[in-house]
Design a protein around this ligand. Structure first.
Ligand SMILES: Nc1ncnc2c1ncn2[C@@H]1O[C@H](COP(=O)(O)OP(=O)(O)OP(=O)(O)O)[C@@H](O)[C@H]1O
Length: 271
């Protein structure tokens, strides 16, 4: 279980990105984190994996307060957190299998990781994960030969290879077309439920969040303004999260946008 208690972050610039955020994510629950640009979603994810230093509050994973850890203890705690990224963060010139196995790097001694030697257990776990994400026959392909959806499947397998206690997922579908996005969200949800793994997914697509998560947390200007079931996202709640103008604009786009989204389109739309 993950528990945030009064988590706050004010950057050196004086921007308060998170203000007294508290919630718990029980084992196996998949949470969709939504909110407008600048609401603090990335800051929240980055505080949990400590890429950003929280200003105040606690972040408890199991019995450990992640917010207080330094040095080796922090590195050890990070092994317990699987990350899935929008741009996949694969090593392009390595094979699918090697990318998945790199999820074990935090566990193997330095000399073995340098030689990229993994135990037979690590290898059989990786093979099973590749089977689960539907990439067994591509295990020996280089990452740069894969499609976006296949890359994200490798990203998922790599995070699971770590055998994490928590999954943090940052915009997993932002570079994918709608059909692949649904497949990826379904895969993440199934993997979490099977392993009783809690997950937080930072996702800008409200419809996908509604369809594939167990619970929605809505952030607005660094504060939790909605925490409840996906079915509770009424127009009034969405207006509270996004503001009137943005929500109506987003709804219009959802109704008409049949074309696959590309990063360029997202960029142009400022999403
Ligand atoms: N490194 C930083 N230094 C100063 N301010 C920052 C930094 N990173 C984020 N902020 C500010 O913190 C607030 C929250 O930003 P954050 O990136 O967490 O929002 P977000 O909800 O993830 O937005 P988006 O959906 O656009 O990625 C914003 O006001 C932003 O300008």
């Amino acid at each position: 279980m993950l528990k945030l208690d009064k988590l706050s972050k004010t950057y050196a610039t004086g921007d308060t990105a998170l203000s007294q955020v508290s919630f718990e994510v029980p084992a196996g629950q998949v949470v969709g984190l939504i909110g407008p640009s600048g609401a603090g979603k990335s800051t929240l994810i980055r505080c949990i994996n400590r890429l950003v230093e929280p200003t105040e509050g606690t972040i408890t994973l199991g019995d450990t307060d992640l917010a207080r850890l330094q040095g080796r203890a922090l590195r050890r705690a990070r092994r317990r957190i699987g990350m899935i990224f929008q741009e996949y963060a694969l090593v392009e010139r390595l094979t699918v299998m090697e990318n998945v196995l790199s999820g074990r790097l935090g566990y193997v001694p330095a000399w073995r990781s340098f030689l990229r030697r993994y135990s037979p257990e690590d290898v059989s776990r990786a093979l099973a994960l590749l089977e689960q994400v539907g990439l067994s026959q591509h295990f020996n392909k280089r990452a740069d030969a894969l499609s976006g959806g296949q890359r994200q499947r490798v990203g998922i397998a790599r995070a699971l290879e770590q055998d994490p206690e928590l999954l943090l997922v940052d915009e997993p579908t932002a570079s994918l077309d709608p059909k692949t996005s649904r497949q990826i969200m379904r895969l993440i949800g199934t993997a979490c439920r099977e392993r009783n793994l809690p997950a937080i997914i930072n996702i800008h697509d409200v419809m996908l969040a509604q369809q594939f998560t167990d619970r929605i947390i809505g952030l607005q200007a660094g504060k939790v303004v909605y925490d409840g079931p996906p079915t509770g996202l009424t127009d009034a709640v969405l207006t509270r999260i996004y503001g009137d103008e943005d929500w109506n604009q987003m709804r219009g786009e959802e109704a008409t946008d049949e074309a696959p989204r590309t990063p360029e389109v997202d960029l142009a739309e400022g999403i």
